[in-house]
Design a protein around this ligand. Structure first.
Ligand code: CAA
Length: 701
C-alpha cells in the first residue's frame, strides 16, 4: 500500500485513512490504496470499515490535472464497486469538503457521517463536466430528482445539516473528533445489525416525475448556458436515473462524461480553475511572506461602490467604518446597503437575523480622526486624482503605522496617489468591480513602492472576502479596463459600417458574453465614456469614431438610467428593446459622413470586437503589467463576464491561433487604418514563431 492510503484496526473497526495533500484528490495511488484496503478488510477481523481523510478535507474529487491524459488503473468505478459490494458496512467520515469524485466515493459507501462544518457537493459542472462516477445516478435515488438536478447543475456545495435533511448524510457527528465519532457510529451500526444500504438498489418510480419535467429543465438551463454544454447532459443522466436500471444509467453517465472530458469547453473551464489559483500567486514573493492582520477596515465613500465593498467585509465578520462627508450622505449609503441586503434576504439567500448582524458591523463616521485604529482603508470616492491625493494625505496623518492604504480607482495613477503620503510602501490599488458585493474579481494594483507584505496581505484578504484576485502593475485602466478600449470602439464602428445594435450585441451574447458591448454601455451610462473622451487629447480626429455614442448622449439618451441609449427600455421592467429611431439615425449618420454601409458577417463582428482586446493584452503582457496570460483570462472571466467555457480571451486567442489573429489585424489595418489596428510586437512575434500565449507564459516562468 502506498503512503497515500493507510489501514489500521481500531476496536474491530477497519480504518482506511487517505493522506494525499493538499486536498486528497483521487490520484492513482489513492484509488489503488482504497481498493486494496477494502479488499484486504473483507478477510480480517474488522466488523465495519470507516473511510476517512487526513489533512484539511475529505477527498475533494478526481485529480483534475490528470484529465485528458491516458487513464490509469484502477479506474474509479472499480473502486466504487469494491466499496459498494463490501460484505462489511463501509462508512464515510466526512470533514472539509467532499466534492466530485470524493463525494461519489462516499455515496458508494453504505453510510455517511460528517462533522457539522463539512460540506458535500458535485461541482463538476464548474469544470464543464458531469459527475462521472455515479453521482448523477445515486443522488436522485436518495435526495429526489429535483434536488439532484439543482445540486448537480449548480455545482454548489451543501452544508452538512442540509445534506442530512436531504438524506445525503446519515449522521452528524458532534464536536471535532470525527474519527472517534465515526468509529462509535460504525460500532452502533454493527450492534444494531444495520443493513448494508446500497443506494444502487433504490429505484425511482417514473410516475413521480411530471411529464415534460426534463424538457422544461433543459430549456431553463439553456437560457443561461453561455456556451456551456454540460448542463444539458446532466439532465440526460438524471433522466436515465429515472428511466433506466442502475447499470444502464451508469453506462449513460460514463458515455456523456467522456464526451465532456474531451470537449474544448471543459478544457477551457479547467484552464480557468488553475488560472484562478495561479493568479493569486505573486512572482518573486515566497509563500511565507508575512501578512499583516486585518481586523478592522475603513471605507472612504459610501456610494454604490463603497457600500458594496463594505458589505464584502461585513459578510466575513470584519467590522467596517464607513466615512462620508456628512450625515446625510452616510445615511444614504447605509440605506443602499440595507436595500441590497434585503434583496438577498428576499431571494432566500440570507437569514434576516444574519442580515442585521452584518449591518451592525458597518458603522459610519464623518471624521478622519476615527480612522486611527483601522488596519486597512479602501478609498472609493469618484475618479478625481487631486481629490484622491488629498484623501491619502489625510489618511497618512491619522492612520496608525502599518495600516494598508488602498484606492479603488479604476484608472488613476497609484504611484501619484502613494506620493501624497509619507508611506508609499503601504499604498496600493484594490480595484473592485461593480456591484462590488457580487462581482468576483479584485484587481490588486502594485505601485512602484508597494511592499511585499502589503501585496501578500491584499491577496489573502481578497480571498477571504470571496474574491478572485489578479495582480496588475500601474497603467491607465490597469489590465481589464485598458483592454476594453478597442472592444467598445469597434462595437460602435460596426454600427457606422452597417450593423444594428441588436446585431452586434446578439453576436457577442451568442458567443457567451453576459451582455453585448452596446447594451453594456447603456447599463454603465453612455455619458461616462463621453466625459472620459472629452478629457482625452490622443483620439484621432475621425467623424466615424464614437459618433453614435456621442450623438446619443447629446440627445439626452444616456442609457438605462434615462430610459434610452442604443436601445429603449421599458420603464417598469427595464426590458431592452431595439429602437427603430436609432437604427434610422445610424443609417443617416453613415450617409452624412460618406460611409458606405454593407452586410457584416457574425465572424467579422467577433473579430473586430475581440481582436483589439487581445492585441492590447499582448502589449500588457510585454510591458509586464500582467504577470501571465492566464491572469488576463481570470480578469475577463470574473470581472467582465467573458464566458468561462471559452477560457478567457488569451485561451480563446490560442484556440483561434495567433497567426490567424495577427493576419486579420493586418487586414483590418490595411482596411481601417493603423491608428486603430496596429499589431502588438509580442503578437507578431508569437504568430511568426507559431507559438501560443500559454507557451510564452510558461517560458516566462
Ligand atoms: N485535483 C488536483 N488539484 C486540486 C484539486 C483537484 N481536484 N482541487 C484542488 N487542487 C489543488 C489546487 O490547484 C491548489 O493547488 P496549488 O496550491 O498548487 O495552487 C491546491 O489544490 C489547493 O486548492 P485551493 O487553493 O483551491 O484550496 P482551498 O482550500 O481554497 O479549496 C477546495 C479547497 C474547496 C477543495 C478547492 O480546491 C476545490 O474546489 N477543488 C476542486 C474540487 C472539484 O472540482 N472536484 C471535482 C473534480 S472533478 C471529478 O471529481 C470528476 C468525477 O466525477 C470523477
Amino acid at each position: 500500500m502506498s503512503n497515500a492510503v493507510s489501514y489500521e484496526l481500531v476496536d474491530n473497526i477497519g480504518v482506511i485513512s487517505v493522506n494525499n495533500p493538499p486536498v486528497n484528490a483521487l490520484a492513482q495511488v489513492v484509488r489503488e490504496g482504497i481498493l486494496n484496503a477494502v479488499t484486504a478488510a473483507q478477510d480480517d477481523d474488522c466488523e465495519a470499515i470507516v473511510l476517512r481523510c487526513e489533512g484539511r478535507t475529505f477527498i475533494a474529487g478526481a485529480d483534475i490535472t490528470k484529465f485528458g491524459k491516458p487513464p490509469m488503473e484502477p479506474g474509479l468505478p472499480l473502486v466504487l464497486g469494491a466499496i459498494e459490494n463490501s460484505s462489511k458496512p463501509v462508512i464515510a467520515a466526512i470533514h472539509g469538503t467532499a466534492l466530485g469524485g470524493g463525494f461519489e466515493v462516499s455515496l458508494a459507501c453504505h453510510y455517511r457521517c460528517a462533522i457539522a462544518s463539512a460540506k458535500v457537493g458535485l461541482p463538476e459542472v464548474k469544470l464543464g463536466l458531469l459527475p462521472g462516477a455515479g453521482g448523477t445516478q445515486r443522488v436522485p435515488r436518495i435526495a429526489g430528482v429535483k434536488a439532484a438536478l439543482d445540486m448537480i447543475t449548480s455545482g454548489n456545495p451543501i452544508a452538512a445539516a442540509k445534506a442530512h435533511d436531504m438524506g445525503l448524510v446519515d449522521m452528524i457527528i458532534e464536536g471535532e473528533d470525527l474519527q472517534a465519532g465515526a468509529i462509535e457510529y460504525a460500532k452502533s451500526l454493527v450492534a444494531s445489525g444495520a443493513p448494508l444500504k446500497r443506494i444502487r438498489d433504490i429505484t425511482i418510480d417514473p410516475a413521480t416525475v411530471e411529464a415534460g419535467y426534463f424538457d422544461a429543465a433543459r430549456k431553463k438551463l439553456a437560457r443561461r448556458a453561455r456556451g456551456q454544454i454540460a448542463q444539458d447532459k446532466i439532465v440526460s443522466c438524471i433522466e436515465a436515473a429515472v428511466n433506466l436500471p442502475m447499470d444502464k444509467g451508469l453506462e449513460r453517465e460514463r458515455e456523456l462524461f467522456l464526451e465532456l472530458v474531451t470537449s474544448p469547453e471543459s478544457a477551457a473551464m479547467r484552464h480557468i480553475f488553475f488560472a484562478e489559483r495561479q493568479a493569486a500567486k505573486i512572482k518573486g514573493l515566497s509563500k511565507d511572506t508575512p501578512v499583516r492582520a486585518i481586523n478592522k477596515v475603513a471605507i472612504i465613500g459610501g456610494g454604490t461602490m463603497g457600500g458594496g465593498i463594505a458589505m464584502c467585509f461585513a459578510n466575513v465578520d470584519i467590522p467596517v467604518l464607513m466615512l462620508e462627508i456628512n450625515d446625510e450622505a452616510l445615511q444614504r449609503g447605509m440605506d443602499i446597503i440595507r436595500k441590497n441586503y434585503n434583496i438577498t434576504v428576499q431571494k432566500g439567500k440570507l437569514d434576516a437575523n444574519k442580515m442585521q448582524d452584518r449591518i451592525d458591523l458597518i458603522t459610519g463616521t464623518t471624521d478622519y480622526a476615527d480612522l486611527g485604529e483601522v488596519d486597512l482603508v479602501i478609498e472609493a470616492v469618484f475618479e478625481n486624482l487631486e481629490l484622491k491625493k488629498e484623501i491619502f494625505a489625510k489618511l497618512d496623518a491619522v492612520c496608525k503605522p502599518g495600516a494598508i492604504l488602498a484606492s479603488n480607482t479604476s484608472y488613476q495613477d497609484i504611484d501619484a496617489i502613494a506620493e501624497a503620503t509619507s508611506r508609499p510602501q503601504d499604498v496600493l490599488g484594490m480595484h473592485f468591480f461593480s456591484p462590488a458585493n457580487v462581482m468576483k474579481l479584485l484587481e490588486v494594483v502594485r505601485g512602484e513602492k508597494t511592499a511585499d507584505d502589503v501585496l501578500a496581505t491584499s491577496m489573502k484578504i481578497g480571498k477571504k472576502i470571496g474574491k478572485v484576485c489578479a495582480l496588475s502593475r500601474v497603467c491607465y485602466g490597469f489590465i481589464g479596463n485598458r483592454m476594453l478600449g478597442g472592444y467598445g470602439r469597434e462595437a460602435q464602428m460596426l454600427l457606422m459600417d452597417g450593423c444594428t445594435p441588436v446585431q452586434v450585441d446578439s453576436v457577442l451574447e451568442g458567443f457567451g458574453m453576459a451582455m453585448g458591448p452596446l447594451a453594456m454601455g447603456d447599463l454603465a451610462g453612455l455619458d461616462v465614456g463621453y466625459k472620459a473622451r472629452q478629457a482625452r487629447t490622443d483620439l484621432p480626429d475621425d467623424p466615424k469614431l464614437y459618433r453614435m455614442g456621442t450623438l446619443l448622449v447629446e440627445m439626452g439618451r444616456h442609457g438605462q438610467k434615462t430610459g434610452s441609449g442604443f436601445y429603449k427600455y421599458d420603464p417598469d421592467t427595464r426590458k431592452r428593446m431595439s429602437d427603430p429611431e436609432v437604427e434610422a439615425m445610424i443609417k443617416e449618420e453613415a450617409a452624412k459622413i460618406g460611409v458606405e454601409q454593407r452586410d457584416i458577417s457574425s465572424d467579422e463582428i467577433l473579430e473586430r470586437c475581440f481582436y483589439p482586446l487581445i492585441n492590447e493584452a499582448a502589449r500588457i503582457l510585454e510591458e509586464g503589467i500582467a504577470q501571465r496570460p492566464s491572469d488576463i483570462d481570470v480578469v475577463y472571466v470574473y470581472g467582465y463576464a467573458f464566458p468561462a467555457a471559452k477560457g478567457g480571451p488569451m485561451h480563446y486567442a490560442d484556440h483561434v491561433g495567433l497567426k490567424n489573429i495577427y493576419d486579420k489585424i493586418c487586414e483590418f489595418r490595411d482596411r481601417y487604418g493603423e491608428q486603430y489596428w496596429k499589431p502588438a510586437p509580442l503578437l507578431k512575434r508569437l504568430a511568426e514563431e507559431g507559438k501560443t500565449f500559454a507557451q510564452w507564459g510558461a517560458e516566462q516562468g
